[in-house]
Design a protein around this ligand. Sequence first.
Ligand code: FAD
Ligand code: FES
Length: 254
Amino acid sequence: MIQNCTVVKNTTICPGYGRIVISAPEISATALPGQFVMTKYWDGNSPFLLRPFSINAVDRNAGTIEILYKVIGEGTRLLLRLKEGADFLILGPLGNSFPLNPNFSRIGIVGRGVGAAPMRFLAEEAIKQGKDVFVYISASKEEYLFDRRFYQEMGAHFIGSCDPDKMVTSFLEEDLKSNHFDAAYTCGSNRLIRDIKRLMDTYRLEGYASLEAHMACGVGACKGCVCTIFENGEEKYAHVCKDGPVFPIQKLVK
Ligand SMILES: Cc1cc2nc3c(=O)[nH]c(=O)nc-3n(C[C@H](O)[C@H](O)[C@H](O)COP(=O)(O)OP(=O)(O)OC[C@H]3O[C@@H](n4cnc5c(N)ncnc54)[C@H](O)[C@@H]3O)c2cc1C
Ligand code: FES
């Protein structure tokens, strides 16, 4: 069901990137890390399709959710212009979530730039559950190491890198050599997903990735977001919106 929500605050973090806080009590009460929302915040039917965004953070006491966004085209340009008090329609929370097994004691979270948007919520939830959380984020510039302050304040070990010659997974690998990690989590990039699969095979840990795909409906009805997964040695089709967006990495890489 689409919910009528309201913008509480919309801030430009750096040119081309923003963070929006939305009053959405029902969504913040039930959302899980890794879930996303389909959004509409303009009058009329242009743009036609709702825009999908990950839930970056929730504040259950305040009844708000946050979205961290990059300005790409028409929809996100309109997003950047929204003022406090503006109407904001949300369909969600949608999709599955990052599994946080109660037996996991140490986890690694890996991401790049704004692609790491869903990871702050995951880290917060894992820390609440008493897990030791290591966050590895890379970006092309220091200012794109989004959420660094939040990770540090919540008590995660934060490793940020802007070194173009070093893959962010290499920092996780350094730590894996001396510590056991139960799971690694990532989102977006196929390159990161493949490299985490390599680490899973070498260091025996579980791995989960959140995928992005162009989405029209967000609920499994339009078949617009199909991806290929591997199950029992066979290739199958899955909907990123309904079967994901989070998948075990062994289902994504052969
Ligand atoms: C599950 C999910 C979570 C996402 N979370 C975030 C987030 O937290 N922060 C963020 O900045 N972006 C996120 N994105 C990407 C975001 O949806 C697009 O950047 C946004 O829809 C672009 O809209 P636009 O009108 O500005 O761009 P346009 O290029 O004008 O959009 C045209 C069409 O393409 C789609 N589209 C364009 N780029 C993407 C993309 N990268 N992924 C999916 N659809 C796209 C649009 O939704 C729209 O239907 C997410 C996408 C998905 C699928
Ligand atoms: S977006 Fe319509 S089926 Fe996934």
